[in-house]
Ligand binder design. Structure first.
Ligand code: EPU
Length: 428
């Protein structure tokens, strides 16, 4: 079994370059099928979720070429099916964006019910509510496939019952070529929503209001192939920022949009770190002790749920007791059991976690129970005394490009153990 092995105690120092945003790329790649010519997508993170999407596109008949490891050329003109490959589709949550895109293209999509990290129930009722409003009907088949279709897609007003990133983007995709005007209210405002809208608008769509809670989409007849560059990954940046603060380091995080990091920066500063913002980079450092603070996860521009496990590691070694309130997912504390194995003192009650700061963590064997939980285990390993080994690293590799190489370049003592007894030092 492959593992990350970390010997803790080294402050991170130096520079790290952030990759493109995974959660933007997983929507933009399916959106490329709407073009009537090839698209070139740059700054795509080289992570396993993206590679799965590429395989899905190829199985559907598209011609996909990696110009380099971060640039995809997608020619969708040879796609000849509205069926999403089910085995691959089940491996990741983001595969549901093919439903919106295929509806736009063919007014019909057959797709597996989505997989992804396990944080309790992950319904898609709001996606379906949006598709129905646009004129679709759907049925769930016995083999856990869903079929959605419409005679014609017509613009509609859709009020989302809760703020959801996935439904906002999927409805945007389905509506982009629908007849007339679609209005999504109570829309999510994450940077990747704006990125998807910018990509579609570059292709010729007519979308305004992305980044606010009301998005207006006027259907257009055709979308053209374009060149587009994905925004930097807010959560990858936040993860390195948290790792620098945890280890008492001093790093420059490059290729970021500081505005997207504000909620993370604010919390790190509250805990005693310093963050200096430049045009497209931030310097993060800490010299004094870590202070307790309370964290409530919220949709953007609130503190992101995808940074909750990483920040919990910082709180677990801060002075005093902190409270975390997880407002987005009903069960995103499965990592707590693992972190407590390293000496953290965290008690979970429903959506609340009480984190009592301890003087230090002690290395040991742990598991990555999901993507961000795995990132948290890495940060814990970097600060813990002794050696930490992390199993199930495939979760981490879903969303972090070359994490071992990037951390090693910052001075971390980390390597990927390929098989028991053999390893490739510093290979991500
Ligand atoms: N929800 C519903 N019904 C729906 C859709 C969502 O009840 O139809 C609920 C969810 O159960 C959840 C909340 O609404 O409680 C928010 O879900 P959302 O739709 O925003 O999440 P998502 O689109 O499935 C994306 C990211 C997640 C990230 C969330 C929140 C992708 C592929 N995933 O998920 O990212 O946590 O938004 O920001 O974009 C990660 O990267 O580690 C990750 C899990």
């Amino acid at each position: 079994m492959e593992k990350f092995i970390i010997r803790g105690g080294r402050p991170l120092r130096g520079e790290v370059t952030i990759s493109g945003a995974k959660n933007a790329a997983v929507a933009i790649i399916p959106a490329a099928i709407l073009a009537d010519g090839p698209c070139r997508i740059e700054n795509v993170p080289d992570v396993s979720d993206v590679r799965i999407l590429v395989q899905m596109l190829e199985e559907m008949g598209a011609v996909v070429n990696y110009a380099d490891s971060n640039t995809l050329e997608i020619d969708p003109r040879s796609i000849d099916t509205c069926v999403v490959p089910s085995e691959l589709g089940r491996m990741m949550r983001g595969s549901y964006y093919f439903i919106g895109a295929l509806l736009s293209k063919y007014r019909r999509a057959i797709a597996p019910l989505p997989g992804g990290c396990d944080f309790g129930v992950r319904p898609i009722d709001q996606h379906l509510k949006g598709f129905e409003a646009l004129g679709c009907s759907y049925n769930v088949q016995e083999n856990a496939q869903i079929e959605v279709s419409a005679e014609e897609l017509r613009g509609a007003s859709i009020y989302l019952d809760m703020v959801t990133v996935g439904a906002t983007m999927n409805i945007m995709l389905a509506a982009v070529k629908a007849r007339g005007l679609t209005v999504i209210e109570n829309a999510a405002r994450e940077p990747h929503i704006v990125d998807l809208a910018n990509f579609l608008n570059t292709m010729g769509a007519n979308i305004i209001g992305a980044g606010t809670d009301t998005i207006k989409i006027r259907g257009v007849q055709r979308l053209k192939g374009v060149t587009y560059s994905v925004i930097p990954d807010q959560i990858e940046a936040g993860t390195y920022m948290a790792a620098a603060v945890a280890t008492g380091g001093d790093i420059l995080v490059k290729n970021v949009t500081p505005k997207h990091l504000e909620s993370i920066t604010a919390k790190l500063e509250e805990m005693g770190a310093r963050v200096d913002e430049y045009d497209d980079s931030v310097r993060v450092y800490r010299y004094g002790p870590l202070r307790k603070c309370n964290v409530k996860t919220m949709p953007h521009p609130g503190f992101p749920t995808d940074m909750q496990p990483q920040i919990a590691v910082l709180l677990s070694i801060a002075n005093g007791t902190s409270i975390i309130n997880e407002n987005v997912w009903e069960n995103r504390y499965r990592y707590v059991e693992e972190l407590n194995k390293l000496g953290a003192k965290i008690i979970v009650n429903g959506r609340i976690a009480v984190v009592e700061g301890v003087p230090e963590l002690k290395g040991g064997p742990v598991k990555a129970v999901d993507l961000r939980a795995g990132a948290a285990m890495i940060i814990a390993g970097l600060v813990a005394r002794g050696t930490t080994s992390i199993e199930d690293i495939h979760f981490i590799e879903r969303g972090y490009e070359n994490i071992v190489g990037k951390l090693a370049a910052l001075g971390a003592d980390i390597y990927r153990q390929q098989k028991p007894g053999r390893y490739n030092s510093n290979v991500g």
